[in-house]
Ligand binder design. Sequence first.
Ligand SMILES: Cc1cc2nc3c(=O)[nH]c(=O)nc-3n(C[C@H](O)[C@H](O)[C@H](O)COP(=O)(O)OP(=O)(O)OC[C@H]3O[C@@H](n4cnc5c(N)ncnc54)[C@H](O)[C@@H]3O)c2cc1C
Length: 539
Amino acid sequence: MPDQADIEADFVVVGAGSAGCVMAARLSEDPSTRVVLLEAGGEDRNRWIHIPLGYGKTFADASVNWCYEAEPDPGANGRRIFWPRGKVLGGSSSINGMVYIRGQHEDFDLWRQLGNTGWSSSDVLPYFKRSQHQTRGVSEFHSTGGPLCVSDITERHPICEAFIRGAMEVGYPRNDDFNGERQDGVGYHQTTTRNGKRCSTAVGYLHPVRTRSNLRVVTGALAEKVLFEGKRAVGVAFREYGQPRIVRATREVILCGGAVNSPQLLLLSGVGPEDELAQFGIPVVHHLRGVGKALQDHYSAPIKLKCRFPITVNDVMQSNIRKLKVGLQYYLFRSGPLTLAAGPAAVFVRTRRELATPDVKISVAPFSSDKLQDGLHPWSGFALTVYQLRPESRGEIRLKSANPADAPAMFPNYLATETDRRAIVDGLKIARQILATSPMQHFITEEYQPGPSITSDDQLLEHARNRGGTVFHPTSSCKMGIDPMAVVDPELRVHGLDGLRVVDASIMPTVISGNTNAATIMIGEKAADLVRQPLRMAA
Ligand SMILES: Cc1cc2nc3c(=O)[nH]c(=O)nc-3n(C[C@H](O)[C@H](O)[C@H](O)COP(=O)(O)OP(=O)(O)OC[C@H]3O[C@@H](n4cnc5c(N)ncnc54)[C@H](O)[C@@H]3O)c2cc1C
């Protein structure tokens, strides 16, 4: 089949998201290496992508977003949870909340303990640093000169300030660098922004190298199937704005479609559990039990508050004059509410004394909504979001049909274990302790949700099930490992096949304790080295 290929390259990278842009940029650094990058979405020209608060505008915009919905989930009382994923250059890094969190050192040490040589915290730190341009300058944990700009939040909102003071009153230490020595404590996030604009991986990695003659970026290109000769991946069949095309890969096919789409593409290509493939009449290339199976995600529960003063983003959105003012403030000075990331400040806490590291994150945002896709509340409001950092629950991604244009089925399986249920309830109680402090009470007229009548553990759990949602961190659906359910090995090669890797958030053996963009970019940086290693050895 690839004999009739329309295009040929050494490497075909599928998906220009957080990891895919890193792979394409790094592999094409060698001018003799030809790289083709296929992206189902389009160019990142939508202006709301680049304005940080525009996050709310792209959240459910199907022109840049897959706008998935998970299957009805028992953990969420049978509700379908909205799962936005980026479908545009930069992938989810073009529509995410821009919070820069790497996870805990212990997360990566656990990956190593699970048999993943080369992925301990000391192994991965150089790749976090390689990716980074830290505006604070160089330190033991940070570096400058990398493509991903990491900046301090300039907009110190009074509600965030009160949250920090309140958490400190409860006893949590101030932490000005969640990505340093330790994660515990309260403070402001840093964000993946540069001079008040989003720094996606398309902005940081891809656009600066688009003129390389050995790099070809094809947008509007939906990969439908990996093509094999025997057990070797040799190309990809895709549709470019609807037209069928084939690209041949002389060295490797690298899947960077993310935690939903990489397992889907493997299954469509005949790589996965043979009984599932048989249901859809897909010929088996390689029976691999774990494809789609070890899915993890961060499930969150909100506390929404009515604010005493008209200082929230909700208030800005209610007034055309204020909107105009903040628009001007942004365009003239790159400051003001439009520079805000999803949750500017947060506290990392331990819900049980015996824990070695935080197990819950509580973040605060100076706005509130019932559903972000339906707009902000028409009254002054703000919200806390509580989520467990290391859930035990695992779900799965399965095919719904053999048609690549159909979304796969996402079964998150939230709150399936007692530890997970306990953590979210205890996290909500800690959040309320912070809200009860005088700095926070100064701003609160009323707890809108769950509301003062909800007090028992059972009621709080029910609130979490009824009102909770994802914080958009699906991972681990093609997990790395050496056990029978692993999909890729520690060099990210698909077990049992040649010329095929998966490089994205789906390979995380366990979801990390925090937001997942930075770690996915780190995975891309490390994978580029793993791919280039044989070349270096031969040189
Ligand atoms: C709304 C939202 C808010 C978030 N907030 C934060 C945050 O504040 N901080 C943080 O650290 N993380 C955040 N995340 C999570 C983080 O952005 C993701 O974990 C990370 O971007 C995942 O990277 P990836 O490379 O695995 O996948 P993605 O970045 O999603 O990239 C996958 C790419 O592959 C493309 N693709 C998929 N299938 C195909 C196909 N068949 N053919 C061609 N192309 C295909 C997609 O269109 C997409 O561009 C957020 C995510 C979302 C959606």
